[in-house]
Design a protein around this ligand. Structure first.
Ligand code: NAD
Length: 462
């Protein structure tokens, strides 16, 4: 069986490499000629852990082209993994999917046999049946479920571990036009995955809702833990790790994504959460739960900024370690380190940043505004306050000597509790986010706000 994959971006190129490494002949397609040339030269077109190694295992089975029609003609199944950017309403745009569908339809028009089309991009519930299916039928002149099969099958991956996640999914989700198409797709995943995952098969709309519901459940856990972290910071002896690690022991809750730290970011979680709110609104259903998750998340960078400013000496410098939205990726979209840097720059503060994987992408956003350090140590040396924003392995290896300086001690805000409290705390002001280390700071800022409110009131009364 031959497979074409339309869209060779962050998700499509790892998928193309995995399918080809597992024995399928794969033709990748992208409008970006550089990506096509790279695949044909055996090079990874995007930064992703293990992608180059996976491409090296494809043994001539992976090629690429810019022609969707040609790729479809030469294959039996086509996966669509093109962007679905968020519109102003919060819904996902189908523009790129429908552009690709037009070409796929033309490709299957004169082709014999039942071609399988799989939509992997994240879409709004209702759009596979309501938009993609009619577009394919119109362009091909063929009937879905009879002449061609259609499935909606999103991936549950995390950038930085896309390949591991694709090969070892907790489960596979398939929305299907007909049982034979779902069966065929399930058999493809059985060959590609390493862990024989369970497969959940259903209608398009239920699969589309499941994708959003799953990601939104995870973001709810993150915001809940971040809410608990704020309570712990104000309670004598409070420690969010003690609380969430116990919560996680309850199998109804589970321990993943319950750390109590910084906001979630990246290209998916924030958008998926908002899309579910948009869907609910369009159906006339109140959505206080995902709305609160989003609201808590949006407060997180401001809360970090307040803590940093409370610790910062006059004309001081802040080092932010970790600007990508998570470790092992160069994606800075909604990265908490990036948002903190932008918030501090808005107040005229001096910022130095370092990230082991995302310096180039960070430069595109912050060039000329911050100082770029070439290592974590170099960043720390320049700073009065150091914020460890992302749980990179490299940062967990920093030791007390990296933070020590003569004169007034630095402040270190350890958002992920990675450092050794005792030794680092002996040479600087060590503050673990989510613990009562921050109690004096919160008390002081609360007092300042009360004083401010009282004096403003007095001024207006006068
Ligand atoms: N990146 C993630 O973490 C992630 C996770 C889950 C789901 N998704 C979803 O997967 C989809 C793709 O995401 P991504 O991160 O891989 O996007 P991406 O922007 O990294 O890649 C998309 C690729 O599609 C190409 N493309 C656009 N229109 C095309 C066309 N008509 N023909 C051929 N190629 C075309 C683009 O040039 C680009 O290379 C989106 O719907 C996204 O929401 C992404």
């Amino acid at each position: 069986m031959n497979i074409s994959i339309v869209g060779l971006g962050k998700l499509g190129s790892p998928m193309a490499a995995c399918f080809a490494a597992k024995g399928y002949r794969v033709i990748g397609v992208d409008v970006n000629e550089t990506f096509v040339q790279k695949i044909n030269a055996g090079k990874a077109p995007v930064v992703e852990t293990g992608l180059q190694e996976m491409i090296n295992k494809t043994e001539g089975r992976l090629s690429a082209t810019t022609s969707v029609i040609e790729a479809v003609k030469q294959t039996d199944a086509t996966f669509l993994i093109v962007p679905t950017p968020s519109e102003a309403s919060g819904a996902f745009s189908m523009k790129f999917v429908l552009d690709a569908a037009q070409a796929v339809g033309e490709g299957i028009k004169h082709k014999s046999g039942k071609h399988l089309i799989v939509l992997t991009s994240t879409v709004m519930p209702g759009d596979t049946k309501g938009q993609l299916l009619p577009a394919l039928e119109a362009a091909s002149g063929k009937k879905c479920g009879v002449d061609f099969g259609l499935c909606y099958s999103p991936e549950f991956i995390s950038l930085g571990s896309v390949i591991r996640d694709m090969l070892n999914p907790d489960f596979v989700l398939i929305g299907e036009s007909d049982p034979a198409s779902g069966e065929l797709l399930a058999s493809i995943y059985q060959k590609v995955t390493d862990n024989k995952p369970r497969v959940a098969r259903m209608s398009f709309v239920n699969a589309e809702l499941t994708k959003l519901a799953l990601n939104t459940f995870v973001t709810t856990k993150i915001s809940y833990a971040n809410f608990l972290a704020q309570l712990c910071e104000r309670l004598d002896g409070g420690n969010v790790d003690a609380v969430t690690s116990a919560l996680g022991l309850d199998t109804r809750i589970g321990s993943k994504y319950l750390k109590g730290s910084v906001a979630y970011g990246g290209p998916c979680f924030p958008r998926d959460n908002i899309a579910l709110c948009t869907l609910a609104r369009s159906l006339g259903v109140p959505a206080p739960l995902p709305e609160a998750t989003d609201a808590i998340n949006n407060m997180m960078a401001g809360r970090l900024k307040k803590i940093v400013e409370a610790c910062l000496p006059e004309r001081g410098t802040i080092a932010i370690l970790g600007v990508a939205y998570k470790p092992c990726t160069n994606v800075v979209e909604r990265g908490q380190g990036l948002e903190l840097a932008q918030a501090l720059l808005g107040e005229g503060q001096s910022v130095v940043i370092y990230d082991p994987d995302a310096m180039q992408t960070a430069q595109a956003q912050l060039k000329g505004k911050v100082t770029f350090a070439s290592s974590a140590r170099e960043g720390i040396q320049q700073a009065d306050v150091v914020v460890l924003c992302s749980p990179c392995r490299e940062f967990s290896q920093l030791t007390a000597s990296d933070f020590q300086r003569s004169g007034s001690p630095r402040t270190v805000l350890d958002c992920w509790r990675m450092l050794d409290r005792q030794s680092v705390g002996a040479v600087c002001q060590y503050l673990a986010l989510g613990t009562d280390d921050l109690r004096p700071i919160h008390r002081e800022t609360a007092n300042q706000q009360t004083t401010l409110r009282v004096s403003t009131k007095g001024a207006s009364a006068a």
